[in-house]
Design a protein around this ligand. Structure first.
Ligand code: ADP
Length: 422
């Protein structure tokens, strides 16, 4: 098989976001959960390896990413794509910078780009500054993220603080001038000793212009947006059959551990529509109460009666998250809630849930691991960045699954998702 593109994603929802963009642009894509043990059976154009490396210590993120690269390299991947969040989610130590440095070292590569731009989802980069909708990143909801609060929108500065190589900029004027201008700029930056360039992009047209200019770079680092410009480099065009999945059946549920603005609105919208929802309290989990058991006792009879999707959520507003974090510690609260939600997801599947929405990147990672899922076929898009997938659990159960990054999806996502599948 000729693997055109080998991708390393730093979280699970990010991986399906990238896979979604590649599928829509005509590539056949498999997403794997972690590094596969052996070669893939399937004939595909791209593999996206989903890691859970966004918020682990930098040393571990590097180890995981290099293991993924070694596997992709062994499969003959033509180009490597390191995918991170479109809001550049990282701590002051990384892991975007350290992983980029490590991949460049391993690949013997002296230049790459960095751009989280994803205009379809309102993420644009202008003069190196990241905007979320109309707001600078640092004025967006991301300033309150439980694990990776983003308080600086200047990506050249943010990335430079995390990596060894010199960070530069390819600005919107160069991108607007087309692929040849970008190539010329890359050469100039390279000669000037710049190893990584943040790239402005304001629209899909910018990303499509960028595609051919990036064809010869061995390594790309980006959000999912850059992916839309790459399949044309291989003569591929959009095709509907790339996203076909088996027919959906079985019970429906949603678990949500995301505390983003978007997810808070989606939870509120679902509850306001009179749909069944159960709140998970982190302080009760920490106190040793059987919150998982209580949640299942609530959900089981509703599912048995055939009630329409049930929602179990720890999603909370920033002040409530802050209170919990003061009491428990940020990472500790996160891990506790993730484990509880992952346990709930597993038991929901035992009860017959076969259509599962998971909200939250870290939360998705925990759920997918708890379900023992190792590979997912990418299907139709629900909202930009969020496709339905089909996967088989380690119990041999086939289920439809969607992993929603916290910031993604319209207000009615939790009902719309099931309509898309129906
Ligand atoms: P997103 O995609 O919105 O970033 P994540 O799942 O990646 O969502 O991250 C949210 C983090 O917040 C997880 O670690 C989750 O366990 C944690 N969390 C969820 N609910 C709460 C809460 N009520 N208080 C504190 N932390 C929480």
């Amino acid at each position: 098989m000729t693997l055109l593109l080998g991708c390393i994603a730093d979280d699970f929802t990010g991986a399906s976001d990238l896979a979604n963009n590649l599928v829509r642009a005509g590539m056949r894509v498999v997403q794997t959960i972690g590094v596969p043990a052996g070669p893939l059976g399937a004939e595909v154009d791209a593999v996206v390896i989903a890691l859970k490396s966004r918020t682990v210590p930098a040393r571990e993120a590097i180890e995981q990413s290099l293991a993924a690269w070694r596997w992709l390299h062994a499969q003959g991947a033509g180009q490597i794509y390191f995918k991170y969040c479109s809001t550049f989610d990282s701590t002051p130590e990384g892991n975007i910078g350290p992983v980029t440095d490590a991949l460049m070292d391993a690949m013997g590569c002296d230049f790459t780009i960095a751009t989280p731009a994803f205009p379809d989802n309102g993420r644009t980069v202008f003069k190196g500054h990241l905007f979320v909708g109309d707001a600078l990143l640092s004025d967006s909801g991301m300033k309150n993220h439980p694990l990776t609060p983003m308080t600086d929108a200047n990506l050249v500065r943010v990335l430079q603080a995390q990596c060894r190589r010199t960070v530069g900029l390819i600005d919107y004027r160069t991108v607007a001038a087309g692929a040849e201008a970008v190539r010329t700029r890359i050469e100039a930056l390279r000669r000037g000793g710049v190893g990584i360039a943040v790239v402005d992009a304001l629209s899909n047209d910018d990303l499509l212009r960028l595609g051919p200019a990036l064809a010869d770079l061995p390594l790309l680092t980006a959000g999912s947006g850059v992916a839309i410009g790459l399949p044309p480099n291989h003569g591929l065009a959009p095709s509907a059959q790339a996203s076909a999945l088996p027919a959906a059946a079985g019970l429906r549920a949603i678990v949500s551990g995301s505390c983003s603005q978007a997810t808070n609105q989606q939870v509120a919208h679902f509850i306001a529509a009179g749909q069944p929802a159960f709140a998970l309290d982190p302080l009760r989990i920490a106190a040793g109460e059987d919150v998982e058991g209580a949640a299942l006792d609530w959900a089981a009879p509703l599912l048995a009666q055939g009630a329409g999707p049930v929602l179990l959520y720890s999603t909370a507003a920033p002040d409530s998250v802050a209170t919990t974090q003061r009491r428990l510690g940020g990472m500790e609260a996160g891990a506790l809630v993730e484990q509880c939600i992952a346990g709930i997801a597993r038991r929901l599947v035992s009860l017959g849930v076969r259509q599962l929405v998971v909200a939250g990147g870290e939360t998705s990672g925990a759920c997918v691991q708890a379900l023992g899922i190792v590979q997912m076929q990418i299907g139709p898009q629900i909202d930009p960045g969020v496709p339905w997938c089909h996967a088989t659990s380690d119990d041999g159960v086939g289920l439809h699954l969607t992993l929603k990054s916290g910031n993604f999806g319209s207000e009615d996502f939790f009902t719309k998702a099931f309509q898309v599948l129906a």
